[in-house]
Design a protein around this ligand. Structure first.
Ligand SMILES: NC(=O)c1ccc[n+]([C@@H]2O[C@H](COP(=O)([O-])OP(=O)(O)OC[C@H]3O[C@@H](n4cnc5c(N)ncnc54)[C@H](OP(=O)(O)O)[C@@H]3O)[C@@H](O)[C@H]2O)c1
Length: 278
């Protein structure tokens, strides 16, 4: 059996089509400010993908590059000024942030309604209470891809490998919202393979190239690979795609799976923020 590929580029194009219609119906297009530290940032490719996606949708995008030597209060002051600017709907803080600053302190300074990455405490808390409008982009991209397979999720089992605050944990909340029975595994999990062998859905968010092997996967399962790793000069996921595609029913490729959909989810959140603020 060879799995059906869940193509992120195709899904992203479809989602963008729907989103551009929604943006056209708004009084004003969303406006985003994206903050980065220093010109040479490791998140340059994420920033260019934000810029490209914004431009293709007619979302107004401004990159604000701050001096990485600024003290924390000066950076917080910049964020608070943007919070108070009613013409701006969304704020992004790009990693890496200067070593002297805590990323979470910065994102928690963003007003809840402008946190379009859906990562600050207010939005994650709201997600926990099933009240959030701004979901974290990567887990929501993973969910969109899973839904695009057409399989019914309610009552099925999901194993998420990884428990980070921005990927694994919110992913668990999103799948619970879909009425799945969710297990979250991590580096201290005993018998990961044992958990995976009965999972109808596997979500990998580990950060280890080609870690999950095909024969660990239940035949016919849907496999969503969030990992992005440099490996022997190529970008690969956390799942050994070649062996996993022979067992799985559905699988996302890396690159070209979760990544392209994530940028669209960011713009979807910008639209929500814009609607909330207008
Ligand atoms: N596609 C996208 O848009 C997107 C966005 C964000 C991240 N990513 C990628 O997703 C991956 C995960 O990112 P992250 O930020 O969540 O990483 P992270 O913060 O480093 O978390 C990795 C998680 O994997 C777990 N883990 C590590 N080794 C393991 C093992 N041998 N067995 C089971 N679990 C293990 C860790 O467990 P412990 O908690 O016990 O340490 C941790 O919970 C990375 O490759 C990253 O580049 C992709």
């Amino acid at each position: 059996m060879s799995a059906q590929i869940l193509d992120g580029k195709v899904l992203a194009a479809k989602l963008k089509e729907d989103l551009s219609k929604e943006i056209a119906s708004l009084k004003h297009p969303p406006r985003i400010v994206s903050i980065a530290f220093g010109r040479e940032t490791a998140s340059q490719s994420y920033i260019s993908s934000q810029q490209k996606t914004a431009a293709s949708l007619g979302v107004h995008y401004v990159l604000q590059v701050l001096d990485e030597h600024w003290p924390l209060p000066k950076v917080i002051d910049v964020i608070e000024k943007i919070n108070a600017d009613s013409l701006v709907h969304g704020i992004i803080v790009n990693k890496p942030v200067p070593a002297s600053m805590d990323f979470y302190v910065l994102i928690n300074a963003i007003a809840q309604g402008k946190d379009i990455e859906g990562m600050n405490m207010a939005n994650l808390g709201a997600l926990m209470m099933n009240k959030s409008l701004l979901w974290p982009c990567t887990p929501s991209a993973a969910l969109e891809l899973l839904k695009s397979s057409g399989i019914s999720l309610a009552g099925k089992t999901a194993v998420i490998v990884g428990r980070s605050e921005i990927v694994g944990k919110p992913m668990a909340l999103l799948l619970l919202k879909e009425h799945m029975t969710v297990t979250v595994c991590h580096s201290r999990t005993v018998d990961l393979k044992g958990h995976l062998k009965s999972a109808d859905v596997v979500v990998a968010a580990i950060g280890k190239p080609l870690f999950i092997q095909g024969d660990w996967i239940k035949p016919g399962a849907a496999v969503i690979d969030i990992g992005i790793n440099q490996h022997e000069g190529k970008i690969v996921g956390d799942v050994d795609f070649d062996s996993a595609k022979e067992r799985a029913g559905y699988i996302t490729p890396v690159p070209g799976g979760v990544g392209p959909v994530t940028s669209v989810m960011l713009m979807k959140n910008a639209v929500e923020a814009c609607k909330g603020g207008s």
